[in-house]
Design a protein. Structure first.
Length: 280
């Protein structure tokens, strides 16, 4: 295969994106830890909640189902598939994992532990899903640009030429602007994870299951809109809507610091504000 020329700045964009989704989250957590704004135990429990719910359970299950003809037919119905599989199942697995985490921390449920858990869950997704994807893109760019180099030998040996052509076409079509939009979406997703964690932890802390239901609904809508808005109005408006929703999620979490640690029945909102809005 001839060398692929990346004239649109794709390798640099993937490199910046890899830094922002792998290195930067680690730096952020270290800084917050040094400042004692987060707690290590809930943070790692949040990491574990995402890893188990998605990487161990949901994603492998979807990979198995993806080989079934009935599931492939179901996936052809984009809107229903986005709502049920992309939205509801992600919400069911992740919010239930948050519920389990809150149960483990029940005697230590505080605003700080909630924030730590939410960041652990959200940034685990950033690193494992977005970060590893960007690192993979960067390696593929290096391999395709130099088919005789070490990267090509390690990662492309034995690959089907037609597959390599398809991968090269996808990478060259990824403009820096679109890569930047993907980073904006990760910000929105992390803000949702903080919001979802706040709702689920409130459900456990105050014994109000409605908050868990609100988190499940918000997660379903957020992921559904992430898919369908992209199809309906394109990525720019989609990301603007998700970022606006993310800001609302963040404001909810920020305001929760006023009442989250208050004794049960003192100052908590009477019902969760389920806001629309993707995460895995």
């Amino acid at each position: 295969m001839d060398p692929v020329m990346f004239s649109g700045g794709q390798p640099a964009a993937f490199g910046v994106a890899a830094f922002c989704t792998v290195v930067l989250p680690v730096i952020l957590l270290i800084v917050l830890g040094v400042m004692k704004k987060i707690s290590a135990g809930p943070l790692f429990l949040g990491f574990a909640s995402f890893f188990v719910s998605q990487m161990v359970l949901r994603i492998p299950l979807l990979q198995v189902l993806g080989g079934q003809s009935w599931f492939q037919s179901f996936a052809a119905h984009t809107a229903v598939y986005a709502l049920v599989v992309g939205g509801f199942t992600a919400g069911l697995f992740e919010e239930t994992a948050r519920l389990a985490g809150a149960a483990v921390l029940k005697k230590k449920l505080s605003y700080k532990s909630m924030l730590s858990f939410g960041l652990g869950h959200g940034l685990c997704e950033v690193i494992l899903i977005a970060g590893m994807s960007q690192v993979n893109n960067l390696i593929l760019c290096a391999a395709l640009a130099d088919p005789q180099g070490a990267a090509a030998t390690a990662f492309l040996s034995g690959a089907d030429p037609a597959t390599l052509q398809a991968v090269a076409a996808q990478l060259t079509a990824a403009t820096p602007a679109l890569v930047g939009l993907a980073l904006v979406e990760r910000v929105s997703a992390v803000l949702y994870h903080l919001f979802g964690t706040c709702l689920v932890f409130t459900a456990v802390k105050r014994g109000k299951p409605l908050y868990y239901a609100g988190a499940l609904l918000a997660h379903t809508l957020f992921n559904f809109l992430a898919v369908m808005l992209n199809a309906w109005v394109g990525p720019w408006i989609m990301e603007a809507v998700l970022l606006a929703a993310g800001v609302c999620f963040g404001l909810y979490v920020w305001r929760a610091r006023r009442w989250f640690d208050a004794p049960c029945g003192a100052g908590a909102p009477t019902a969760p504000q389920a806001l629309p809005g993707g995460t895995e």
